[in-house]
Ligand binder design. Structure first.
Ligand code: ADP
Ligand code: ZN
Ligand code: ZN
Length: 804
């Protein structure tokens, strides 16, 4: 028996099937989809068995054997194995990466890179110091770790050695824990209960009265509850009164939390009309993609819930994708409240182990609804009845690492397999999706009214240039101050929103213009007042705050820009007694802190919630009557063709937090470019006009959805080499792609250097290019040797999100 296997070495020369013989002892156990350990070069690595056959082209003497099975049941279903095949072609990624991305992180083997001296290496080229590094142990045992402490010269030497083939990288599997185990004790059935001490009796009584919840039987828990020492339990085990077991337990991140039964609401007219065609597609089992455009508060979530209801009645399963930041307790509560323990929740705040357990609950068919961020699109259901993507325009649905997939495309592909509908929902759909809906590729469903005819909030635009002219240099306009004042008096609440991107604080010398920059990246350092430090947001480099300008020794070195911390301080200057809850990366980095802060705000422990992106979504509190946007144009001027779209989406999203219930809402938008259409159309809640205006801009600039883009991104430590490779790529593409396709580049990326690596790119712009995938694959093949032998990295990003 031969196992055709994909090995876990993400590199182009290993991106093919390898044949291994199956030892007799495994013949009855092995199945396609199972993971195995196989010998590969000098090491053992993991692989996925694609299929089993009885023939091979490998000569008998050369055929190696599978060493060991990792799984007994395949972790990925047949459908997911097929999906991986599709995914690798779509995203031009390695087959192994497409398979791995579908597994929870805890199940992915992780590797360290061991660097060793190759046979026949020319060692005269290298310094004593480097050779000494290689003489210790087994070469450089963990290359990534080593690079962090090595000097630039040392790193360069090793990179050069790899390029010349004097050094080799060998991947070594790191072990990883997936299951949580505990030691537990249970009463033995035929125990002799004689001669017990008082304490032993107490413990035994306690254990006899426990239910069957495994966690209650954990030794640690029992010790804690009864206050006895471990020796008492050991004595009882010795006497045969108790039995000791090591068992696998499932972690439930929502354990102990109560979810109240929430009954379906009687739908509004627009909701009924929107649900009907979706419901019909569910019932008849039809693969159809719907785009549900419904204004904020129009009751989209209620439609999702009721559509899922029909799916469950059919005995089928549902996936709901929500952006990471809206996986707030409020969203989870609505799903758990409706479907109870049949819901698995997958998001990044869970530990690796917790995510693994939630994933297992899906795989073992213990649940039939999965709610999660992007990667939940791969939830291993086998009988899918619907896939829902809420806030479908969100950038986070595109993965920015290989495989660079978009969850929307994966969902549609899975929908085809299971003949089930896909619902994309948003108040501000992406231009791509809305254009497809207009063409009839997706079916458009529209809800223009809020539930119970609640009015859309009044939006006013405040021209901050006027404020400046009238002498107000603070970050709050007069109108904003007055509006906050009113809310405090009326005991209502306000949400103040500050976009982080483009508005972080940096340090500048007022005399010479010096700006503190990261020595490893071409980007300025960000000021964090809580740690009194400067930090690089790209590589984590940090430095103490200078008191003198390093260039001119002037003392006039100051912070610039307006971060959330500064905003809080400014607010306190005006309102000394104001109660503020600030939500940003600094205040929410600890697990559970996000939830706690929102709960406190919901309990009216604060007048103002001040925050970044993370407060834009999912917030639904009745007393929020004011939403203030402090700097609406901070995003507008980013050098990205989606800047206007992102601005419109974000402003609409944030505005939607106001006046969702009985009290009417007011939105104040502070801006330096009040005339810009993406700000003007927010005022009227007018997505359709925004769409028309923005489509004209895209058409004129030759951007999506009129054209497709593919980005080829090149990086290496050596600048000249980086440019030269990018140039060769550009020329290759121009030569091989059709005449109508445009290839731009080489140009430096927007951040030309990160972590000491130079970054260049080529952009491919096309309408129809049937040869694209093939050409890019051939291009990668021609660089195979160089990629192996150097620190060069080439990344292909189809339909890129960001132009960074
Ligand atoms: P969206 O997702 O479109 O922003 P939601 O689904 O969150 O809107 O609905 C807004 C509010 O209206 C929520 O508090 C929700 O519970 C409530 N709601 C939704 N549909 C109905 C309905 N048919 N009747 C009464 N309340 C509803
Ligand atoms: Zn840096
Ligand atoms: Zn200076």
């Amino acid at each position: 028996m031969i196992a055709r296997t994909i090995v876990d070495v993400p590199a182009s020369q290993t991106d093919r099937v390898f044949d291994y013989a199956v030892p007799e002892e495994f013949e009855h156990l092995i199945k396609p989809g199972i993971r195995v350990y196989v010998p590969f070069g000098p090491r053992k690595i993991q692989g996925f068995v694609l299929e089993l056959t009885d023939t091979t082209d490998v000569p008998a003497g050369k055929l190696r054997e599978i060493s060991r099975l990792v799984d007994l049941t395949p972790p990925l279903t047949n459908e997911l194995m097929m999906l991986a095949d599709w995914l690798k072609d779509q995203t031009l990624s390695y087959h192994i990466s497409a398979l791995q991305v579908m597994l929870p992180a805890a199940m992915r083997a992780s590797y360290r890179k061991n660097v060793v001296i190759a046979e026949g290496a020319e060692l005269a080229n290298y310094s004593e110091a480097i050779l000494r590094v290689f003489q210790q142990d087994d070469g450089i045992s963990d290359w990534d770790k080593w690079q962090q402490k090595a000097t630039k010269e040392e790193r360069k030497e090793v990179a050069a050695g790899l390029r010349r083939g004097d050094f080799l990288v060998i991947p070594v599997v790191k072990s990883n824990e997936t299951e949580k185990r505990q030691t537990a004790v249970y009463p033995s059935i035929n125990a002799k209960l004689e001669n017990l001490t008082a304490k032993q009796k107490l413990v035994l009584d306690y254990i006899h009265n426990l239910g069957d919840h495994p966690e209650d039987h954990a030794v640690a828990r029992i010790l804690e509850a009864t206050g006895v020492t471990r020796s008492i339990i050991d004595a009882l085990v010795k006497k045969g009164a108790l039995e000791k077991k090591t068992e696998v337990i499932q972690r439930d991140p929502y354990e102990g939390r109560e979810f109240h039964d929430q009954k379906p609401a009687a739908l509004m007219q627009e909701q009924t009309e929107a649900l009907q065609p979706v419901d019909e597609a569910v019932r008849s089992g039809r693969a159809e993609t719907f785009l549900l455009r419904g204004v904020t508060g129009s009751g989209k979530t209620e439609i999702y819930l009721q559509a899922i209801e029909s799916v469950l009645q059919k005995g089928e399963e549902a996936i709901v994708l929500v952006p990471e930041i809206s996986l707030t307790p409020q969203m989870v509560t609505r799903f758990k409240g409706r479907f109870g323990s049949r819901v698995a929740v997958l998001h990044s705040a869970l530990s690796k182990g917790e995510k693994y357990d939630e994933w297992q609950r899906i795989r073992n068919k213990e649940v039939d609804v999965a709610v999660g961020a992007r990667s939940a699109v791969f939830a291993p259901f086998e009988n899918l009845g619907i896939i829902i993507i809420d806030e479908e325009h969100e950038a986070s649905y595109k993965q920015e690492d290989a495989p660079r997939y978009h969850a929307r495309e994966v969902a549609i592909q899975r929908g085809k397999h299971y003949s089930c509908p896909v619902v994309l929902g948003s108040a501000t759909p992406s231009l791509e999706s809305f254009a497809r809906a207009k063409k009839g590729v997706y079916r458009l469903l529209t809800m223009e009214k809020r539930v119970n005819d609640v009015k859309m909030p009044d939006v006013s635009v405040i021209d901050m240039r006027e404020e400046l002219r009238s002498g107000n240099r603070s970050m709050f306009s007069e109108t904003m101050i007055a509006a906050i004042q009113t809310r405090i008096e009326k005991n209502e609440q306000a949400v103040l929103f500050l976009n982080r991107r483009g508005y972080s604080t940096f340090i500048m010398c007022r005399d010479c213009g010096y700006v503190a920059e990261c020595p490893h990246c071409d980007i300025s350092l960000t000021y964090h007042s809580s740690q009194r430090k400067l930090q690089c947001h790209y590589c984590g480099y940090s430095h103490t705050i200078p008191t003198l300008c390093p260039e001119c020794e002037s003392e006039s070195i100051r912070f610039f820009g307006t971060g959330t911390q500064k905003a809080e301080e400014a607010l306190r200057e005006v309102f000394p007694d104001i109660r503020v809850i600030r939500m940003d990366v600094d205040t929410t980095s600890r697990k559970g802190s996000h939830e706690k802060l929102l709960e406190a705000f919901g309990n009216k422990e604060a007048d103002v919630l001040l925050g970044t992106q993370m407060i834009a979504k999912g917030l639904d509190f009745p007393d929020i009557t004011l939403v203030g946007i402090l700097a609406a144009d901070s995003m507008l001027h980013l050098p990205d063709f989606r800047a206007s779209e992102r601005t419109f989406q974000l402003l609409t999203q944030v505005s939607g937090r106001a006046g969702r219930h009985k009290r009417p809402g007011e939105v104040l938008v502070q801006t330096y470019t009040p005339e810009h259409f993406s700000i003007q159309h927010v005022k009227e809640h007018d997505f359709l006009s925004f769409f028309d205006d923005e489509m004209r801009v895209r058409k004129a600039g030759g951007y999506p959805p009129y054209f497709f883009l593919t980005l080829v991104h090149v990086s290496a430590e050596d600048l000249e080499y980086t440019v030269q490779v990018t140039d060769r790529i550009a020329r290759f593409l121009r030569e091989h792609l059709s005449g109508q396709t445009l290839v731009y580049g080489p140009v430096a990326s927007q951040i030309p250097r990160i972590k000491d690596r130079y970054r260049y790119q080529c952009m491919i712009k096309y309408k129809v290019e049937p040869k694209l995938t093939e050409t890019l694959q051939t291009m990668m093949k021609t660089f195979e040797g160089e990629l192996n032998r150097s620190d060069l990295a080439i990344v292909i990003d189809t339909n890129p999100n960001m132009m960074l």
